[in-house]
Design a protein around this ligand. Sequence first.
Ligand code: ATP
Ligand code: MG
Length: 171
Amino acid sequence: LGMVHVYTGDGKGKTTAALGLGMRASGHGYRVCMVQFMKGDLVYGEQNAARTIKGFEIRQFGRKEFVDRDDPAKIDREWARKGLEFARKALTSGKYDIVILDELNVALDWKLVKLEEVLGLIRDKAPKTELVITGRYAHPQVMELADYVTEMREISHPFQKGVLCAKGVDH
Ligand code: ATP
Ligand code: MG
């Protein structure tokens, strides 16, 4: 362990791929922590599921309402800062074998966090902690520091036909 993964692109499957990796790792007794940026209140199935898996922790740092890309609220920046502080502790402590920073790419692209902070996290992480960063619009400098970079590319998605969000599939 100790590699850095980036799951990005506009197709579906970034967060669920990270969850799959976490589940696989926890099956070997590894300790997993997923930090979800820009997500809050809404119950995602993975939170309920994680409670039943030993050593699989999920923390949310966001609110229910969507963040306004062009004019994020102060509260959204505060949530992101709290998430980043928590992520830093999780990554540097060596307490977790896998740390997943879900949607951090989006939080960076939308300027809720700074590039330097994200690069700093990657550099300062405990050497044996595996790090997974998900979300669209991954920054080139983040991808450059990663060992695995995977792009999910949308070929088709029911969203195009007006199907919004399926329970158990999208949340
Ligand atoms: P998932 O959480 O299902 O693995 P994701 O993490 O790849 O998806 P995000 O970019 O984080 O997807 O998108 C958040 C929400 O938008 C999810 O509910 C997801 O299912 C949905 N979504 C994913 N891809 C698309 C797409 N191409 N068009 C519309 N909605 C999408
Ligand atoms: Mg996602």
